[in-house]
Design a protein around this ligand. Structure first.
Ligand code: UGA
Length: 469
């Protein structure tokens, strides 16, 4: 089929490249000419495993191109997919400005044409958005009616950054919300090659499924972090062991030992970040409150996540016997491994918390593209006292402690025993449970999160370099 992808952020670009790979003809539309030029020349503007190759293949096969000219792009297409961002507005709701601007342009481009065309919303929007604001905008600007020569659909994405290509190509589900049968059929044809359940439903259910999916995953993370926070005050307990015990429930791990996907999120850490969970949970709660619906669960998930950096800083404080004046290395600024995305980075939030407690903070990330954005992000958040380096040895030199904030495999491969020799106090707080299983090293203290810090830790570090595993 011929599809225009409006917006070439990570959702749009991955969707376009994957659909081209499946043989569809794709035009990627973006108002940013530099981005269009990059895509056209085969340069991948984001860090996503496998995407550069798919983009090049699509260009080479003539199945993918990019343009800023939305009208001509749509002219050759049967489906327009709106993949523009829905950033958080100040009140926590999703800012629909970019989405409605795209809908207006699509509507205008459709005016005067006679052939059937489907507009599908892929952006994450609260229930009712597609059926009201998007529908009205497109109908008004195109002079057409949904159900006549216009189809309207909502087709949420379930892509996780770092594994987005696999998530698309081996989707566990396709959700097609549609306002009309012809629009629904067009989307079903688009996903014809997919060997997974396809749920067809209303526009509002499709919108709500996306929020429900993200809220569920975020709830699992906050649940694990709440347990971790309790363990950090309950000597003799270990959150990771407790989670392993929970995972063994047959609802989570089958008798043959195969864990279900939920176990991926039932793990303590330093909290969730990224472009999706924080923003989507806020928008979902704002929506629910606005219609007078209860939000206790969402409130708790958000609150637990917000306090997690302070809990981690508190754990480090107890471990080191104080943070004021301590030199702390924060390792990992990307919101998770496999991406250069710094949006709602838990590492940066933690660095800010440590700074507020009087620590001298230095940050490191092994991905140059992540580090390149970091100074802007720190400047926007008035955190210019935090220093940045691409050299791990530099951030660890004379440090009184380090916290692993992103589970980059790079940090697992570091020779920590040698690295610790350069530190003032060889204390690594393993915020992502990344170093578990490494053989104990004399002279190195590795403190996992989810375990209480021993009250007498500072003297132990100074005198015998006791190793905790
Ligand atoms: C998330 C969902 O996983 C996708 O299914 C969804 O499609 C996407 O949002 C979206 O709405 O577009 P993503 O944000 O890329 O994808 O990444 P996740 O792997 O889910 O991680 C989100 C955050 O949770 C990260 O900060 C990660 O470090 C954190 N996390 C994840 C934990 O703190 N603990 C965990 O056990 C798992």
């Amino acid at each position: 089929m011929r599809v225009a992808i409006i917006g070439t952020g990570y959702v749009g670009l991955v969707t376009g490249a994957c659909l081209a790979h499946l043989g569809h003809t794709i035009v990627c539309v973006d108002s940013n000419p530099a981005r269009v030029a990059a895509i056209e020349s085969g340069e991948c503007p984001i860090h996503e495993d496998g995407l550069p190759q798919l983009l090049k293949d699509g260009l080479r096969r003539g199945l993918l191109r990019a343009t800023s000219d939305l009208e001509s792009a749509i002219d050759s297409c049967e489906i327009s997919m709106l993949c523009v961002g829905t950033p958080s507005a100040d009140d926590g709701s999703a800012d629909l400005g970019p989405l409605l601007a795209a809908a207006r342009q699509v509507g205008e481009a459709l005016r005067g044409r006679k052939d059937f065309h489907v507009v599908a919303v892929k952006s994450t929007v609260v229930p009712g958005t597609t059926d009201t604001l998007v529908r009205e905008t497109i109908e008004h600007n195109s002079g057409r009616r949904v159900g006549d020569t216009l189809g309207l659909a909502m087709n949420p994405e379930f892509l996780s950054q770092g594994s987005a290509i696999r998530d698309f190509m081996e989707a566990d589900r396709v959700i097609i919300g549609a306002a009309d049968l012809r629009g629904q059929r067009a989307l079903e044809d688009l996903y014809d090659a997919f060997d997974c359940p396809i749920l067809t439903t209303s526009l509002r259910n499709a919108e709500m499924i996306k929020y429900g999916a993200n809220a569920l995953q975020a709830t699992l993370i906050s649940f694990a972090n709440q347990i971790a926070g309790i363990c950090e005050h309950a000597p003799g307990t270990d959150e990771a062991v407790i989670m392993t015990g929970l995972h063994l429930d047959r609802n989570l791990t089958a008798r043959d030992g195969a864990p279900c996907g939920a176990t991926k999120f039932l793990r303590g850490g330093i909290g969730f970040g990224g472009s999706c969970f924080p923003k989507d949970l806020e928008a979902f709660r704002h929506f629910a409150r606005g219609i007078g619906a209860p939000t206790e669960m969402l409130d708790a998930v958000i609150a637990t996540n917000r306090r997690r950096p302070a809990d981690i800083a508190g754990l480090l404080d107890r471990l080191l016997g104080g943070l004021n004046g301590a030199r702390i290395a924060v390792l990992g600024l990307a919101f998770k491994p496999g991406t250069d995305d710094l949006r709602c980075s838990p590492g940066i939030t933690l660095a800010a918390e440590l700074l507020a407690r009087g620590a001298e903070v230095r940050c490191h990330d092994p991905l140059p593209a992540a580090l390149a954005q970091a100074s802007d992000v720190l400047a926007q958040r008035n955190l210019t006292d935090i220093t940045l380096s691409d050299r791990l040895d530099q951030v660890l030199a004379d440090a009184d402690g380090a916290v692993i904030a992103t589970a980059w495999p790079y940090y697992r491969d570091v020779d920590w025993r040698r690295a610790a020799l350069t530190m003032a106090a060889p204390v690594i707080l393993d915020g992502r449970d990344l170093l578990r299983g490494l053989p104990p090293q004399a002279g190195l203290v590795i403190q996992p999160i989810g375990i209480a810090a021993p009250a007498n830790r500072p003297s132990h570090i100074a005198t015998n370099g006791e190793t905790i595993r």
